[in-house]
Write a protein that binds this ligand. Structure first.
Ligand code: COA
Length: 184
């Protein structure tokens, strides 16, 4: 693990032993982040987000709205951003849950199954512990079996189902809630 400069930058390896770098995102990464997110939105069934981000300014506005206890990590392979993971305060308005963070993970289709998500998760866990979070939550569309397997492998447990939580074009979808306690 390597620390470079002010921005955390850690070297990881894919399952095929290829070097990948995970680091905190910068404003200039917003275009790449937007492209990955939009690709996942267009796949449908991967996220409750339905409308692609319109332009990079919209993504930048979101990025700049993040709190100091929130972060986006990006993963680079050959200097190309191939995935990102966001950690956000689960509920900003309920102070008694400020020890809880939510996570979302998005990897470009061609780079899935190689260990990118795992590398991102390691850095997010480190960040979450340093920021004194005690618990992480992932909310996954019920049909998204790969994401459920991913979070299970990362130590999350299924703790519930939110029925009809997502409504897209008049059709309802359930969401599975998964959590992991960081103190265990
Ligand atoms: C879910 C996702 C983030 C996983 O990232 P990834 O980089 O592909 O995951 P990794 O390669 O690090 O795999 C880690 C573990 O996840 C699980 N996993 C990954 N891909 C899987 C697949 N195709 N089928 C079943 N399990 C899978 C496995 O348990 C795997 O461990 P293993 O290879 O030792 O068995 C990625 O597939 C993705 O971006 N999917 C589309 C977007 C999405 O659904 N995001 C979740 C929204 S919260």
């Amino acid at each position: 693990m390597l620390q470079v400069g002010d921005v955390l930058s850690a070297v990881h390896k894919t399952k095929g032993e290829k070097k990948i770098v995970v680091r905190e995102a910068k404003l200039s990464d917003c275009e790449a982040i937007m492209k990955i997110l939009n690709a996942c939105i267009l796949e449908k069934g991967k996220t409750s987000l339905t409308k692609p981000i319109k332009n990079v300014e919209e993504e930048k506005k979101f990025f700049l709205s993040l709190d100091e206890k929130e972060v986006i990590f990006v993963c680079e392979s050959d200097r190309k951003i191939v995935g990102f993971q966001i950690l956000y305060i689960y509920s900003k308005i309920i102070e008694s849950t400020h020890h809880v963070a939510g996570v979302g993970t998005f990897v470009l289709p061609n780079f899935r199954g190689m260990g990118v998500g795992t590398a991102l998760m390691k850095e997010t866990f480190n960040f979450a512990r340093k920021r004194n979070y005690e618990k992480l939550i992932a909310e996954v569309m019920r049909s998204n079996n790969k994401a459920k397997s991913f979070y299970k492998k990362m130590g999350f447990k299924k703790v519930g189902k939110l029925t009809n939580q997502v409504k897209i074009e008049g059709k309802y979808y359930d969401v599975i809630v998964m959590e992991t306690l960081l103190q265990e």
